[in-house]
Design a protein around this ligand. Structure first.
Ligand SMILES: Cc1ncc(COP(=O)(O)O)c(C=O)c1O
Length: 380
């Protein structure tokens, strides 16, 4: 291959082949959506792809899922993610579950992004609708006990009446979020259904009612309602350990974190590795250094039980995870070499995200959502 010369227009290499990267498996995302769809009896899926698509890249996630008829819409929390989806040519409806001001909202609505509303926003919606000469579709968020966002359920009826009475507003959905406390979830659902039932008796159109995230897809079939709202399950990861053995959904991880071994060395007895000499060699031992650290999303807790796969073997992370490096204990023989692919997590049993998370007491949400946004994403 010829090398780019001064003045050449050939693209320059951007990432070293040793740098960590994230692989995305769209076929697995589609498989997982199929599993969710089967479980929820074909109800439409509002696919939550917030926080950079759970690490996969928000556009990568949307592109994988958009062709599926089971995917009714996408949900994100940050306006810039919603805008990136439109910039990338994603056409399905997008729900913005996060904050915005009037100016933001006008721009978002102009691009077909629906706001999640829970404050007296009616007059603002009137102005925006007048400006664009069509009603603004919204979802109303009711707080039935999670205490985060949403109109408190006791105050929800007047707000929803107000919104529903405006020609400028089209309520396309009404939603709540469970606390995921088994007993209290029942009370939350009761509150939601009582509220919605009473408003519907008054003749109000609440659009599609939705409540369940991945947790509810497993645990709350009584709350599937008109639409479901999972995130993690679509990325093929069991959000709770017991879900893995329930036999309800066959989930295939849709992303992996990999890098290449940059250095292999032998320590003599009494040598150390890592800051503060966190690792001490009790005998001669081979170590391998992998250029992935906590700045890339490798949890610091990785050094407390985490293992990285090279070839067919899993090697423990030792010493401490620094910003850009992790150190693996290989053993008495130099069984790995510079350039070998080191997998922090992927879809194989033993190195799934749930395995790494379980071994290090790290939430799978932290493992995926903390992946460095600038790491190269390779869609395979
Ligand atoms: C309001 C709301 N709905 C749905 C989800 C999806 O959750 P999960 O990834 O657990 O399926 C989230 C994410 O935390 C959320 O905030």
């Amino acid at each position: 291959m010829s090398r780019p010369t001064a003045g050449s227009t050939a693209p320059l290499v951007r990432d070293s082949s040793f740098d960590p990267w994230v692989e995305i498996y769209p076929a697995n995302m589609q498989h997982n959506a199929g599993e969710v769809s089967r479980r929820v009896g074909g109800r439409p899926i509002l696919a939550v792809i917030k926080n950079n698509g759970y690490g996969a890249g928000v556009v990568n996630a949307a592109k994988a899922l958009e062709p599926l008829p089971s995917i009714g819409a996408f949900a994100v929390v940050k306006l810039h993610e919603a805008m990136s989806l439109r910039d990338a040519g994603v056409n399905k409806p997008i729900l913005l579950m996060g904050p915005f001001d009037e100016r933001n909202l006008a721009d978002a609505v102009a691009r077909g992004i629906m706001p999640m509303v829970y404050t007296p926003f009616g007059p603002t919606l009137d102005r925006i609708a007048a400006h664009q000469q069509k009603p603004v579709p919204i979802h109303v968020c009711v707080d039935t006990g999670i205490g985060r966002v949403g109109v408190p359920f006791r105050e929800a009826a007047p707000l929803i009446r107000d919104l529903a009475s405006r020609k400028a507003v089209q309520i396309q959905g009404t939603m709540m979020t469970f606390t995921e406390d088994e007993e209290f979830d029942k009370e939350q659902l009761r509150r939601f259904q009582e509220l919605c039932g009473a408003l519907e008796v008054e003749g109000m159109r609440l659009g599609r009612k939705h409540a369940v995230s991945s947790f509810g897809v497993f645990q709350h079939p009584d709350a599937f309602l008109d639409m479901v709202r999972p995130g993690m399950a679509l990325f093929g990861i069991y959000s709770e350990t017991p879900f893995r053995s329930m036999g309800l959904l066959d989930l295939k991880p849709a992303l992996s974190l990999k890098a290449r071994v940059v250095y292999v060395k032998q320590l003599k007895t009494g040598d150390s590795a890592g800051y503060n000499r966190a690792y001490m060699a009790k005998q001669e031992v081979w170590l391998a250094t992998v250029p992935v650290g906590h700045a890339d999303g490798m949890p610091r807790a990785g050094a407390n039980g985490g293992r990285v796969r090279i070839g067919d073997a899993l090697y423990p992370i030792v010493a401490s995870v620094s910003a850009s490096h992790s150190i693996l204990e290989i053993g008495s023989e130099p069984r790995v070499k510079i350039g070998d692919v080191a997998t922090v997590f992927d879809g194989q049993e033993g190195s799934r995200p749930e395995d790494f998370g379980g071994a290090t007491n790290t939430s799978v949400y932290d493992l995926t959502m903390h992946l460095g946004a600038l790491l190269p994403r390779k869609v395979t």
